[in-house]
Design a protein. Structure first.
Length: 473
């Protein structure tokens, strides 16, 4: 069957992101004998022309639409992607009679809502590699794991299949992507070494998307893929898209040992957990080429960390930061400010801890984006603060009653004194123009270059109208 996979994501902040999930799906479909094309709209200056030309060159029998994100998760200047997605759906329907099957991480978070909002009839919740292959093979909807169908206001869903053995999946079909442009504009090549997350942060959707059990790829296969990408595409910097790279620590260690044993001269970035970053492990990571670490720290207050169900405290944040300083690894702490338990005192604890550990950058999100089916959403519904139908769209955020919107002024005032702070929801050090100025052919995450800026605070990159999204040229 002729299958057209479509990636509608056009978000450029903080960087354009290569659709690795869709390229995994393309590879699985190819392996099953289907003819596959991938229409990636990320760099398209004219959506209508790109979609029309893509469908004319490859008339599909079915279209697979992948939704990565539904909004930018930033408060108070929140951008919803629903209207841009509607435009993509309308254009696909205008230029092709093929049925549309929707999926992706964003869809998995709120499938019923998105089918209704986008006026679509069917989609796949969870991992699509096995389910879409089965759907195409049997030519009917009955019994396809994870398939959800809409008829009017009613939904019929088949429970998702057991989680896939990701070691058995074929390598992503990167030949269908513009790897060179992603490397130039985004500075990295995405790589995946595991799926799933065992941690229980109350707001997080990762366990909903990838499962609550960690499934590991063979470290030798992971590094062999990296070696092949360096050979075939000249890639020198990688980003591990794993929810947490250094858990379990033994798996991270094995990957580093493989990189060293193969003599790969590469650099890489990953998401890291501060509680599982022992001095020997971080030293090994540095030897293997790790240049940047991103910590999902959230807060510097023990009270708030506990309320968010984080399983580490300020001392582990200090120790992890100290290890990075000692080994010359750039590191970023991502914060969520104004969440459960937050008040002026806890906010000040976070400000002081960040000053103490002195990261390369701080990315501060204000408020907690409430997504359906998370522990936070369930608690807010039980308490009568949110109605279930109000959570998905438009984007809803939780702010601590002790602060409310006052947290915005407090964060902006502090960020204005700190050159390395990035506040996406207030456009502080966050714009396409600033990103392009900092990137200029450099590799690695864009926050790694924040300290080189001469400007400070709101004066740098305060460009609220520059966000590029689907539907804008």
């Amino acid at each position: 069957m002729r299958v057209m996979l479509v990636s509608p994501n056009q978000e450029f902040l903080p960087d354009p992101v290569s659709p690795i999930g869709l390229s995994y799906l393309a590879a699985a479909l190819r392996e099953a004998g289907h003819e596959v094309a991938l229409l990636d709209l990320c760099f398209s200056p004219d959506l209508e022309s790109s979609i029309q030309e893509g469908l004319r060159a490859f008339p599909p029998e079915i279209i697979g639409l992948s939704i990565r994100n539904v909004d930018n998760t930033a408060y108070p200047f929140t951008v919803s992607y629903i209207e841009p997605l509607r435009r993509v759906v309308d254009l696909l329907r205008r230029f092709s009679p093929a049925p549309i099957l929707v999926g992706g991480s964003g869809f998995t978070i709120m499938p019923e809502e998105l089918l209704g909002l986008l006026d679509l009839e069917m989609g796949i919740v969870g991992e699509g590699e096995g389910s879409m292959v089965r759907f195409l093979a049997q030519g009917a909807t009955d019994g396809v794991p994870g398939l959800i169908c809409r008829k009017g206001d009613q939904f019929q869903i088949t429970p998702p299949s057991p989680l896939l053995n990701i070691d058995a999946l074929p390598l992503p079909a990167r030949d269908l992507l513009d790897v060179a442009t992603y490397l130039r504009e985004g500075g990295v090549c995405n790589i995946q070494s595991k799926r799933g997350c065992v941690f229980q942060c109350i707001y997080c959707t990762y366990p909903l998307i990838n499962g609550g059990r960690v499934r590991l790829r063979d470290p030798e296969k992971v590094v062999a893929e990296m070696e092949g990408l360096q050979r075939d595409y000249g890639i020198g910097h990688f980003f591990f898209v794993d929810d947490v790279f250094n858990y379990p620590p033994q798996h991270a260690q094995a990957i580093c040992e493989q990189i060293i044993a193969r003599g790969l001269r590469i650099s890489w970035t990953c998401y890291a957990h501060p509680g599982y970053l022992s001095p020997p492990l971080v030293e090994l990571m540095a030897r293997a080429g790790c240049k940047n670490l991103e910590f999902g720290t959230d807060s510097g207050s023990p009270l708030v960390l506990s309320a968010l169900k984080k399983n580490f405290g300020p001392q582990q944040i200090r120790e992890a930061s100290s290890s990075c300083h000692r080994l010359g690894i750039q590191f970023c702490h991502s914060l969520i400010l104004g969440g459960p338990g937050e008040d002026r005192a806890t906010l000040q604890e976070t400000f002081e801890l960040m000053e103490e550990v002195d990261p390369t950058a701080v990315i501060a999100m204000i408020g907690v984006r409430v997504y359906p089916h998370t522990a936070l959403a369930q608690a807010l519904v039980r308490e009568g603060l949110f109605h279930p139908a109000e959570i998905a769209h438009p984007p809803r955020f939780y702010l601590s009653p002790a602060l409310g919107d006052e947290v915005i002024d407090l964060v902006v005032a502090h960020a204005g004194r700190c050159r390395s702070w990035i506040v996406p929801g207030c456009h502080i050090n966050y714009s396409v123009r600033l990103q392009q100025f900092c990137r200029r052919g450099k590799l690695g995450p864009i926050w790694g270059y924040m300290r080189n800026l001469r400007g400070r605070g709101r004066g740098v990159g305060s460009a609220g109208g520059e966000r590029r999204k689907v539907g804008e040229g």
